[in-house]
Design a binder for this molecule. Structure first.
Ligand code: S3P
Length: 450
């Protein structure tokens, strides 16, 4: 049985300059889609079959929480899962605390689910999740009729949430472009007798809308303003269990892609990667920098476009200006982009990164500290990050503090594959939250870790 693991002792890991990365590999299933497939399975009566589920700790926490609310969740084989749901309106009140570990998405989306049912649940998580702001989700859920019975200062976990069996239909404009906020409101709105509307000024990832439609809900999406969207959900749909094929996670693919770009002689094929435009900001940016990436065998799978990405070592990478409006489509990829930028020539500017301060760590600070520890030249001004590239010659040799952040750990290990001296991260344990086979996949391509 695959189960969530707790981390007692930090796991130091070092990456050293590697030979050319060669080969083809498929990254693990998409984390966002994996969480959502379990949650929608919980909300249907009948059996939802999921293929390619990410078996990372974050997702396993969501699976556990679905069980606590009444679903029968079974792992049939690697990546192949079945969820027999309790059904919309019929969830059980969990007897124990729902412990989401490191998982922001799992906890916030489940708050939406609980808010739309007449049950109370206690939410908790690890030291990283306990620092993250939850008011951004609680505020709209309260408007929908949920009550917060207990919370820590600043709207932090542990939180006890009391939901309602008849959520009010609301129209909510999200204050920041966040798929987590949007999804929590929509999931709560599912059990509302009326229409729930979410307006976003800038479009965030649209997996919840797409999957709700796939499970039989009526959702309409209209453009709003320059770059925004208005999403309308009809309440109390008859949800039907569905089959979900989870495509490979572009946010995980980002690591072997970046590694191939900076390790001399590399030529890899990263297979079946989801290329949803709302997740492709990194690829767009890398192409602007002069990266040798080609999208091959474009095809559609389960409502998402996917492709195999051929990536070759790109010694001519140039610094670029990444506009703030691109942030929602590459929000989790700034740490690895900053590493690639350190190997490029010239300056890369990444604008409008305030949301990075409230991720698994204060990522803006963690990126800058990691770059500096390895001799890379960078600074932060306001919410913008500036990285001046060393034209392929990054010193390395640093010890990077990861602050319980999987993406900081993976990004700096990738740096170590191409820097002059090895790079060590203080704790690689959190990588298991999103990419349990990271080391194995990278080693198969030729990466050296110790
Ligand atoms: C996610 C949304 C993003 C992202 C997170 C996954 C999702 O967070 O950073 O890793 O699956 O909805 P925000 O919506 O808070 O920006």
């Amino acid at each position: 049985m695959v189960g969530a693991v707790s981390h007692d002792a930090p796991l130091r890991l070092t990456a050293a300059r590697s030979r050319a990365l060669i080969g083809r590999r498929r990254p693990p299933g998409d984390k966002s889609i994996s969480h959502r497939s379990l949650l929608l399975g919980l909300l249907c009566v009948g059996e939802t079959a999921i293929e390619g589920l990410l078996e990372g700790e974050d997702v396993l926490r969501t699976a556990e929480a679905c069980r606590a609310l009444g679903a029968v969740v079974t792992r049939r084989a690697a990546g192949s899962w079945s969820v027999k749901g309790a059904g919309l309106g019929s969830l059980l009140a969990p007897r124990e605390t729902l412990d989401f570990g490191n998982a922001g998405t799992g906890s916030r989306l489940m708050m939406g689910v609980v808010a739309g049912h007449p049950i109370a649940a206690r939410f908790d998580g690890d030291a990283s999740l306990r620092k993250r702001p939850m008011r951004r989700v609680l505020d709209p859920l309260i408007q929908q009729g949920a009550r917060v019975l207990e919370e820590q200062e600043g709207g932090r976990l542990p939180i006890v949430l009391q939901g309602t069996g008849a959520p009010l239909p609301i129209e909510y404009a999200t204050p920041v472009a966040s798929a987590q906020i949007k999804s929590a409101v929509l999931l709560a709105g599912l059990n509302s007798p009326g229409r729930t509307v979410v307006i976003e000024r800038e479009a965030s990832r649209d997996h919840t809308e797409k999957m709700l439609t796939h499970f039989g809900a009526r959702v309409t999406v209209e453009p709003h303003g320059d770059a925004g969207r208005m999403i309308t959900l009809e309440g109390r749909p008859c949800l039907r269990p569905a089959e979900v094929l989870v495509p490979a996670d572009p946010s995980s693919a980002a690591f072997p892609i970046a590694a191939a770009l900076i390790v001399p002689g590399s030529d890899v094929l990263i297979e079946s990667v989801m290329i949803n435009p709302l997740r492709c900001g990194l690829i767009e940016t890398l192409l602007e920098m002069g990266a040798e990436i080609t999208l091959e065998n474009r095809r559609s799978e389960s409502g998402e476009e996917i492709a195999d990405l051929r990536v070759r070592h790109s010694p001519g990478l140039r610094g670029v200006d990444v506009p703030a409006k691109r942030a929602p489509s590459m929000i989790d990829e700034y740490p690895i982009l900053a590493v690639v930028a350190a190997f490029a020539s010239g300056e890369t500017t990444m604008r409008g990164l305030s949301e990075l301060r409230v991720k698994e760590s204060d990522r803006l600070a963690a990126i800058a500290a990691g770059l500096e520890a390895n001799g890379a030249d960078c600074n932060i001004r306001g919410d913008d990050l500036y990285v001046r590239g060393a034209d392929g010659a990054v010193r390395g040799g640093g010890l990077v503090e990861t602050h319980l952040d999987h993406r900081i750990a993976m990004s700096f290990l990738i740096m170590g594959l191409a820097s002059k001296e090895p790079v060590t991260v203080d704790d690689a344990g959190m990588i298991a939250t999103s990419f349990p086979d990271f080391r194995e996949l990278m080693e198969d391509l030729g990466a050296r870790f110790a």
